[in-house]
Design a protein around this ligand. Sequence first.
Ligand code: GUN
Ligand code: ZN
Length: 431
Amino acid sequence: MTTATLHLGQTLSFAASPFDAGPDAAQHQTHGAVLVQDGMIRAVGSADDLRAAYPQAVQVDHGDGLIMAGFVDAHVHYPQTGIIASWGKRLIDWLNSYTFPEEMRFGDADYATEIAGTYLDLLAAHGTTSACSYCTIHPQSVNALFGAADARGMEIFAGKTCMDRNAPDGLRDTAQSAYDDSKALLQKWHGRGRANYVITPRFSPTSTPEQLNALGALWAEHPDCLMQTHLSEQLDEIEWVKGLFPEARDYLDTYEQHGLLGARGLYGHAIHLEPRERDRLRETGAGLIHCPTSNTFIGSGLFDMNGLMAEGQRIGLATDTGGGSSFSMLRSMAAAYEIGQLKGAPLHASALLWLATQGSAITLHASDRIGNLAPSMAADFIVMDLASTPAIAQRSARANDIWEAIFPTIMMGDDRAIAATYVAGRALKDG
Ligand code: GUN
Ligand code: ZN
């Protein structure tokens, strides 16, 4: 056993979902403390109680910094780090113009390793402690990310992106090689340290029915794995899918018919859904991943957060780097709030913070270990400075309660608001 460390500051955790229980689902302590030992959270309570109970613990005083779970980004493409904020295209043109040429470069293992390191360092800087990423078709892109995550102690979910049509030469696999390579990577990485392998058909337009079938078979052989893909992001894309799969009842059916619909399925975007699709997603308990900065940046549409939550869907929050325009989950929360406003349903700060932590962790079936500040969870937490810029400080100084104090950081904050990021109890960012 290593020495215990007692982190002192304000603390914020969740006893339930604010979508079910309202803002009081969150527990806030002005003078709180978190006891960490061997990479795990051992206790969360008041500073006075924990100081008295654990007098031997090394104390780290974060002042009035807000200690909370690290952010969990439920849908990213780490290979798109270098092309984030590329101008002026919509989904299909954006993929062809910017994304595919960049993804081609990940055949070079050294390049993949360089970008994986850059990406994970950006995550830590922005307070994200776990992410679920697409890689490229190249197995070395998966090895690079899991290797870099292991070196940092981070829990990462990722898989080889599979595409056997409608992608350029050099960026296509086959039904068989997608199955074989995914299986080999799964066997190599899944459950090794904090790595979680995710079966990853990019989306129906870039996979033949044979490839979808092969990946459905692989998922059936490894039902404890997650499966991630894209669903109903843009209207042109949906029309394209209808042309490619004329027998399918709808977009979701192109996955369902091939064994790619399940509770451990993650469906990115899920904006323009038909009633049958909503019913099937809810019945299945699948995860819908909201990527708000991407949806506005690429011009995809407005996600129906309140309607989908009300009908009992599981929803996580994500940046969708690099279709999304930021690495920051604070920016994702702000954009989710703005989209909520455009839909006539503003989200409370507690709901936004829950989505960015527990909500995402639940869709990843990992809420037993990440996404909250509670005993027996991994010590993956951040310290937020709620006065990180003059603009934010002058607003939060007028706050009458914790939510008014946090909301300016959600709306205007960036990596400067993250005073520290701890992964498995170790500081990846500090001061
Ligand atoms: N649909 C298929 N691939 C992608 C991608 O890389 N980004 C986004 N936003 N949508 C996709
Ligand atoms: Zn995506």
